[in-house]
Design a protein around this ligand. Structure first.
Ligand code: PBG
Length: 322
């Protein structure tokens, strides 16, 4: 008996597979995160994130040039400050590594898009993402601090502000301060759906941002919830978010798909440190084919609906895709 329908016919050669391929990954999909530190000529590997580095501003600029030449359109800047205090005031200090890196990169690579991560956990002595009132992270007084951070990054030359703190109302607060200061063309990419996730473990080492007590479950989302994700997205759209981000990526692709199907804004995913380091560790042990698994994972994020993928694999993937 002959089969009438044979899906295998469309898989018979790479040419045919390429003709019907629905999702094409390109370096244009990527944003590469950079960790900047004070000092000069610093290039130190982050132990929990193989092949990711703490860079001083001079080296961050050199890397930014390479990233641009690879066809990657954007970088996201994270910083390790020189001092921490109760309210995280080094987060809006114009002399801090982040602000200096943003302006130096903007100057040398003006066409590279710069995303500034806005949060306080790397800058507060207690490691929480906002201002404490006893042991509670106070929402509304934190908003004023986030406004200062966002404004300082826009003044340094950031093109996109990405708040990752998960305070309620922060998108509106940031939009307001940007507009008041004539930064109406600076966009907001909101970490709208950010789960309280164990997958951030290696980043907290990289950014020295682990909470000194408790956890982030009173502000980041419960991994068990998806309806709540849509509520967060709707609020952020109302408040003026230009790009909606979901974080982490791989274990949350159902959320990416739901958000993609329901909204008409660009969708970003953050392929976070734990997702990266698991692949790296397995690859270093020879257990998996790194190139294959990275390209497969990134393609699946795009297939699920991501327009933008923030990933530590961006440089390797862009080289492989050449
Ligand atoms: C800051 C922030 C975190 C990440 C991005 N911004 C850590 C956290 O919320 O604890 C995680 C990124 C990663 O794991 O790669 N709030």
């Amino acid at each position: 008996m002959k089969q009438k329908l044979r899906p295998r016919r469309m898989r018979i050669s790479e040419n045919i597979r390429a003709m019907i391929r629905e999702t094409i990954l390109t370096p244009k999909d990527f944003v590469y995160p950079i960790f900047v530190v004070a000092g000069e000529n610093i290039h130190e590997e982050i132990p929990s994130m193989p092949n990711c580095f703490h860079l001083s501003v001079d080296n961050a600029v050199e890397l930014a040039k390479k990233i641009f030449d690879l066809g990657i359109p954007a970088v996201e800047i994270f910083g390790l400050p020189e001092y921490k205090d109760e309210i995280g005031s080094s987060a809006w200090d114009m002399k801090s590594p982040v602000q200096r890196a943003i302006s130096a990169i903007k100057k040398s690579v003006p066409n590279l898009t710069i995303v500034g991560d806005v949060c306080l956990c790397q800058y507060t002595s207690h490691g929480h993402c906002g201002k404490l009132c006893n042991d509670y992270v106070d929402n509304d007084s934190t908003l004023e601090l986030l406004q200062k951070v966002a404004l300082s990054q826009a003044q340094s030359g950031a093109d996109i502000i990405a708040p990752s703190d998960m305070m309620d109302g922060r998108v509106a607060a940031i939009r307001e301060i940007l507009d008041e200061n004539s930064f109406e063309n600076v966009s907001i990419m909101s970490y709208s759906v950010k789960y309280a996730s164990g997958f951030y473990g290696p980043f907290r080492d990289a950014a020295d941002s682990a909470p000194q007590f408790g956890d982030r479950k009173q502000y980041q989302m419960d991994c068990a919830n998806s309806r709540e994700a849509m509520k967060e997205v709707e609020l952020d759209i109302d408040e003026g978010a230009d790009i909606i981000m979901i974080k982490p990526a791989l274990a949350y692709l159902d959320i990416v798909k739901t958000v993609r199907d329901k909204i008409n804004r660009p969708v970003a995913v953050y392929n976070v440190s734990g997702e990266y380091s698991m692949i790296k560790a397995a690859a270093m042990n020879g257990w998996i084919d790194e190139k294959r698994i990275v390209l497969e994972s990134l393609t699946c994020m795009k297939r699920a609906g991501a327009d933008i993928i923030i990933t530590y694999h961006a440089i390797d993937a862009a080289n492989w895709l050449k």
